[in-house]
Design a protein around this ligand. Structure first.
Ligand SMILES: C[S@@+](CC[C@H](N)C(=O)[O-])C[C@H]1O[C@@H](n2cnc3c(N)ncnc32)[C@H](O)[C@@H]1O
Length: 265
């Protein structure tokens, strides 16, 4: 499939998994998993989470990962095989807007950094409704994503930094504000026991961020900043990064809630 704006490859996601391991752990806790459960990871990428979830559902349980990118699915299968959990974990091709699962199929489900890559035509409440549909009554739904409105880089020209961060959130991610939209979706669908937690992502290596060469090129192309401004941006930040002084941060948001047992949503 064609790669959309905001596409990140499997290697980036594998590295990022270490940086956000506390957030991942909390999403698993909030899924409230019991051994023998059948759980779903939507937008599973290279399988970092499906493999981790296998340990929680145990040999009598099942983990399904869904993704629309076949390359990711191949990597996810290889990782599950390497980790010896191929018998418990399956990775399936599909689109979150119309998942190939019957209703009430899963004990709990999660989606991490999926909503930020969903382009405009995807109606987000409809996507969320699809997640509610496939979750059993009483099951937990857990979403985690970045709110790129909180991105901040320590750079001496704050006006340029604000301009670039706004550009990044608005244009460089199909939905840069995903993290702050979840709570409203959970409340609209009347989920219960809704919980919210923020995880600050602190990045002290420019290479770990999406704010280096790529942003420089895109900002110049879009006339957001001049070449001279962007030369200064990358030069100064690279220097700070090399000397161990670079600092940037952004918040990730987790929202979890339980599907009602009583009334159909
Ligand atoms: C930023 S990656 C996050 C991967 C993984 N959740 C993680 O945290 O490592 C987003 C993933 O969502 C998948 N994705 C994007 N649009 C999708 C859609 N419409 N249906 C299912 N998966 C989708 C992408 O292929 C990609 O693997």
């Amino acid at each position: 499939m064609p790669k959309s704006a905001g596409y990140v490859n499997a290697e980036f996601l594998q590295k990022a998994a270490e940086r956000v391991k506390h957030l991942k752990q909390r999403t698993y806790e909030w899924m409230d998993i019991k051994t023998g459960d059948h759980v779903l990871d939507v937008g599973c990428g290279p399988g970092m989470d499906t493999v981790a979830l296998a340990a929680l559902v145990g040999p009598d349980g099942k983990v399904t990962g869904l993704d629309i990118d076949e390359e990711m699915l191949v990597k996810a299968d290889a990782f599950a095989k390497e980790q010896g959990v191929k018998g418990i974990v399956e990775h399936r091709y599909g689109d979150v807007i119309d998942m190939p699962f019957r209703e009430n199929a899963f004990d709990s489900i999660r989606a991490e950094r999926l909503f930020q890559v969903l382009p405009g035509p995807y109606d987000r409440p409809t996507v969320f409704q699809e997640m509610v549909r496939v979750t059993k009554p009483g099951g937990m739904i857990v979403l985690a994503d970045t709110d790129w409105a909180t991105a901040s880089v320590n750079f001496e020209n704050s006006e340029l930094e604000r301009r670039l961060m706004t550009f990044f959130a608005l244009k460089m991610r199909p939905n840069g504000f995903a993290g702050r939209q979840f709570y409203q979706m959970f409340m609209q669908k009347h989920l219960s026991e809704v919980q919210i937690e923020h995880f600050p992502m602190v990045m002290t290596d420019l290479e770990e961020t999406p704010f280096g060469e790529w942003l420089k090129q895109e900002a110049v192309l879009a006339n957001i900043a001049t070449e001279a401004e962007m030369d200064l941006w990358t030069r100064q930040l690279s220097e700070l990064s090399k000397t161990g002084q670079f600092y940037s941060s952004a918040n990730m948001v987790i929202v979890a809630g339980r599907k009602s047992i009583n009334k159909p949503d």
